[in-house]
Design a protein around this ligand. Structure first.
Ligand SMILES: *Cc1c(COP(=O)(O)O)cnc(C)c1O
Length: 381
């Protein structure tokens, strides 16, 4: 038997990079045009074909959310409804435009925003709702759109987990108001770092295209032709949030592999479900993996007293795990003493643990992980 120290750790998540990405990066380097140019344009075209709507690439998913909010006119004195159980990126993007994130509770089954709870947190300042497609699952997204139209809100979807997921027959991003994706190293596809905004709103498109290049009017068109803007006007706050050709080169290769990545993630999540369903001391989150492309695989262990200890024990067996997420309403920067309690979030988050999921994981890995987890759980009883 392999000694524990020699055993290779099963990583929680990782990039899956092959020869074609390496070759594409070398090619971009050789061109000695590393900024935003033809590779970014090519990646945007590939994404627009994928979604059936225009996509604008930026430096990461957080920047995508920030620019989308800004382009929708959300800023000082505005409030945005968002679930507390999300990556801090969703919250930082909202506060970056000067608006206030309003922490909302979640549904116990999908871990997506609870609209009845959100309704109680509406105020005259509420301008938008940011649904987070947790683990790739959009939850009741048509409910979100009905809610938004009832209260006159913009919808900025944090679709960082949901690249490739399908809802009502259409890919996430292919419908609705504005959807933002992330291509960081561990997402469903990666460009190293990167993100995009997908929408059919021409005003939002023009604004995010300018805002990613310091607000320089129409700079995107010139850069795609390999030119620069020497004389220009700026009429709003912009940022250095454009994507570079090096990142786009990786993204172009990754999107070609999407079908393979998606299938692997779906097969592995189905296998986890099969191995872990109907256990007395563990709950899985039932999702339809013919539609959802899962970014993470969290499970719930009711009444789990010491998650850290369980994580350490799993680590000793070479299994890395994660927590998605520590709720944002507990962070010093976002704490709101007077806010209504978040009952479900507070109850569930200490019981969540995410198991490894990435396309290079094998079925054997998944079976080993499940066997180890089951043994550890039953020995604790
Ligand atoms: C990854 C992620 C983001 C932000 O993406 P970056 O590219 O890392 O900036 C936003 N929201 C959620 C839920 C994420 O998982």
């Amino acid at each position: 038997m392999e000694s524990l120290t020699k055993m290779k750790t099963i990583r929680l998540s990782k990039s899956c990079i092959g020869g074609s990405e390496k070759k594409a990066v070398m090619c971009a380097l050789k061109s000695e045009f590393l900024g935003m140019g033809s590779q970014v344009e090519e990646f945007e075209i590939a994404l627009s074909v994928f979604f059936g709507r225009p996509a604008v690439c930026v430096t990461n998913g957080t920047a995508a959310l920030q620019l989308a909010l800004q382009a929708c006119g959300i800023g000082e004195n505005d409030e945005v409804l968002v679930q507390s159980l999300t990556y801090v990126a969703s919250f930082q993007a909202i506060s970056a435009v000067g608006a206030k994130p309003i922490s909302c509770d979640i549904n116990e089954t999908s871990l997506t925003i609870d609209l009845r709870d959100a309704e109680r947190r509406l105020s005259s300042k509420t301008k938008a709702i940011m649904p987070v497609h947790y683990a790739g699952d959009v939850g009741d997204l048509s409910g979100v759109y009905e809610f938004a139209s009832k209260y006159g809100l913009r919808v900025i979807e944090d679709a960082a987990h949901a690249f490739g997921s399908v809802y009502q027959g259409i890919r996430v991003g292919g419908f609705g108001d504005v959807a933002c994706f992330s291509f960081d190293g561990i997402k469903n596809i990666t460009s190293g770092e990167g993100g995009c905004i997908v929408t059919s709103d021409p005003t939002v498109l023009q604004k995010v295209m300018d805002a990613r290049l310091l607000g320089v009017h129409k700079d995107t068109e010139r850069r795609f032709r390999g030119e620069r803007s020497w004389e220009f006007d700026v009429s709003s706050q912009g940022w250095r949030y454009h994507m570079s050709n090096i990142m786009a080169a990786i993204g172009i290769e990754q999107i070609k592999k999407f079908d393979h990545f998606a299938k692997r993630r779906q097969e592995l999540a189905n296998l986890y479900d099969l191995e872990l369903e109907n256990l007395p001391n563990l709950e899985i989150f039932k999702r339809d993996y013919s539609l959802v492309v899962p970014h993470i695989y969290p499970v719930r262990i009711p009444n789990l007293k010491n998650r850290g200890e369980l994580q350490n024990l799993l680590m000793r067996h070479g299994i890395q795990t994660g927590i998605h997420y520590q709720p944002n309403h507990l962070l010093s920067f976002y704490k709101e003493a007077s806010a209504l309690p978040l009952k479900t979030t507070n109850k569930i988050f200490p019981e969540l643990i995410s198991l490894p999921l990435h396309p290079d994981l094998t079925s054997k890995n998944v079976k080993f992980i499940c066997k180890t987890l089951k043994e550890l759980l039953s020995s604790k009883e």
